[in-house]
Design a protein around this ligand. Sequence first.
Ligand SMILES: *[C@@H]1O[C@H](CO)[C@@H](O)[C@H](O)[C@H]1NC(C)=O
Ligand SMILES: *[C@@H]1O[C@H](CO)[C@@H](O)[C@H](O)[C@H]1NC(C)=O
Ligand SMILES: *[C@@H]1O[C@H](CO)[C@@H](O)[C@H](O)[C@H]1NC(C)=O
Ligand SMILES: *[C@@H]1O[C@H](CO)[C@@H](O)[C@H](O)[C@H]1NC(C)=O
Length: 491
Amino acid sequence: MNHKIVLLWTFLLCLSSAAGGNAVLKGEDEGFDESPINHKPVHGMIKYNMRKNLDLDQEGCYLQTGNKACLEECGFNATAKTIFIIHGWTMSGIFEAWMAKLVSAVMQRESNANVVVVDWIPLAQQLYPDAVNHTLAVGLDIASMLDWLQEELQLPLKNVHLIGYSLGAHVAGFAGDKVKGILGRITGLDPAGPMFEGVEEKKRLSPDDADFVDVLHTYTREALGVSIGIKEPIGDIDIYPNGGDVQPGCALGDLLAVAGNFMEVMKCEHERAVHLFVDSLMNKEHVSYAYQCTDPARFKKGICLSCRKNRCNNIGYNARKMRKRRNSKMYLKTRADTPFGGYHYQMKMHVFDRKQSQNADPTFYVKLYGGDNDTGNLYVVHEEPIGLNFTNTFLVFTEEDIGDLLKIRLSWEGETESFSSLLKGFWNWNPTATKPVLEVRRIRVKAGETQKKFAFCAQDPSKTEISPGESITFVKCRDGWEVKPRKRIPM
Ligand SMILES: *[C@@H]1O[C@H](CO)[C@@H](O)[C@H](O)[C@H]1NC(C)=O
Ligand SMILES: *[C@@H]1O[C@H](CO)[C@@H](O)[C@H](O)[C@H]1NC(C)=O
Ligand SMILES: *[C@@H]1O[C@H](CO)[C@@H](O)[C@H](O)[C@H]1NC(C)=O
Ligand SMILES: *[C@@H]1O[C@H](CO)[C@@H](O)[C@H](O)[C@H]1NC(C)=O
């Protein structure tokens, strides 16, 4: 075993004594062996807490494999959906605050469903490698519970959805693999990476574990050579919000981070998967889309905003089943807080070099004017220098719904008006200095969320050139505003 993994997790375990947690959804206070090496049989150490109402202080009731009285007492409805929620490795030994939020969101969205919290805390509150070692046994226990429900109540497996966070995602995978039949769905919320990355499919969550396996990856950044969330795609669809690494709103001090800070960042990014899922349950009207792409760099360039042939999907609970694709990697950008969804635009513009621009390396900003609202100046992200005499593609993301896009202002270094006027002043003051001049005649725009395409032309046809400190305004081209699919636009 990789000793770095042990080091990392031992480090985290030591920190955990300092970290508090919200005690919600407490299980029965049963004594259990706390010794880190725990090879006792798991039977009786896993509890199935069926939630009966939204009041989370109420204990709910417990299902037991083979105990029919419990089913009746709990009011288990065999024709309704059955949703199991499975936690991951725990340092604190109590449910963290996200659990109550997820349970409550599931119950509000699916009021008829049997919502069951799988409590394997005694087996999860161990040194990480020991907790990993228990995942198969916990998965087996869940599978025998489901097999019994199938026998006893003819529970249709297609109505069963397992939602597992971190290590819990792999537990769900084992349950789906071992159960007699095929589960409807498994959702993996940032499935754990250490000791699962790169292992064969049988030993981790994989597309064969349910009819539909969807995975959210939110913390796939390496530290000490391991990634807390698994990096490789392991479901039918694998969604990497914000590239799956740096999540907005989870400030990162990186190397400077003191231990406590590091913990906060880790928790924030790892747990973001749960909050995105909760968001998808609660904000049914505000659906976020993810777009299939071969890698995050291409997505950042705005190349992948297509929905043709199932290339896009809703994220979280609203994801549509796409069984034929395996390991389909999908991307989106999100806001820093709920509602997390935003708006993606692909912008294509041919940038002509008109004068002295070989080394200009322009910094572009766009401001979008919509039917309902305008954006601020948005930096046009580009990893490589902007190509001159070349058609560039950019991804522009807005947090607000601005309605129909009506007008675009493209500026060169336009973040602050004062800086723009400073630059202008420089060229006025020193007219002999060679001022770089670029030209942009049209911007072709595709809105990811609506899949609509438009061509934008310079509002003033004589003003298509741009220098530092200047801007060009574009409006929808007069010749047919909406671009018909496949029609070529002359540049
Ligand atoms: C995993 O658990 C089994 C018994 O359940 C034990 O024999 C084995 O040594 C454990 N492996 C590790 C790596 O702890
Ligand atoms: C059981 O669930 C089904 C499907 O959601 C629903 O139609 C039915 O009313 C439920 N039965 C009870 C007793 O709640
Ligand atoms: C772009 O094309 C123009 C005119 O053909 C030429 O003068 C200029 O050097 C080219 N610039 C670059 C960066 O290739
Ligand atoms: C317009 O957007 C700003 C943020 O850019 C926001 O504060 C404001 O509430 C929005 N107005 C409307 C009418 O949506």
